[in-house]
Design a protein around this ligand. Structure first.
Ligand code: ZN
Length: 92
């Protein structure tokens, strides 16, 4: 019987493409694009802007937004249901 070894490293094959949502971006990308991150609490609607640079230094430049969201907590009510939104700086 042949054992099928999972490949190490990299992404699993056959992942769905064409769904490059904002969650696929990592902090490094956001820094490169000069975007700002706004976090909104789903519970109390408290909003705060986050520094991508500060987050990247703390959590890593390859941290995705989806992973980042799990680390965040509302500073007002303590809920973990935080929505992230990226804002593009105005360009001319
Ligand atoms: Zn809150």
């Amino acid at each position: 019987m042949r054992a099928k070894l999972p490949e190490r490293g990299g992404y699993p094959p056959g992942r769905v493409d064409g769904s490059a949502g904002p969650d696929r971006r990592v902090l490094g990308d956001i820094l490169m694009d000069g975007l700002h991150i706004w976090a909104t609490c789903r519970h109390c609607r408290h909003r705060a802007s986050l520094s991508p640079l500060g987050l990247a230094k703390r959590l890593g430049y390859d941290r995705s937004l989806a992973a980042l969201r799990r680390h965040l907590r509302c500073s007002k009510c303590g809920e973990r249901k935080v929505e992230l939104r990226m804002i593009e700086p105005e360009r001319r």
